[in-house]
Write a protein that binds this ligand. Sequence first.
Ligand SMILES: [Cu+2]
Length: 106
Amino acid sequence: MTVAFIAGAVTAFGVMAGSALADNSISQKGREFHPGEITIKRDETIQIVNDDGDLLHHAYIESAKFSFDSGDQKPGSITPITFAVAGDFDVLCAIHPKMKLTVHVK
Ligand SMILES: [Cu+2]
């Protein structure tokens, strides 16, 4: 069951890696965002992939310029976030306080 699930998640990630958005994919494996920092242009989208086994994550952003809340990120799910404003944003996880992804939007 677990092995089948992981294989599925890896496959989903592999499909994404072949897309044009591959460079903006963020993994959540090991209760960490990988990479922990990314620079994109305005109106670009990052894709947060919950490839962390059977763990639930919950990404959110709270800033004066832009707020976001993914709700539950189920295992194997992909959460796209499009940044329409320039600035530096911290994506945090409501379940794991140590998880942090910094997004620089040019
Ligand atoms: Cu988390």
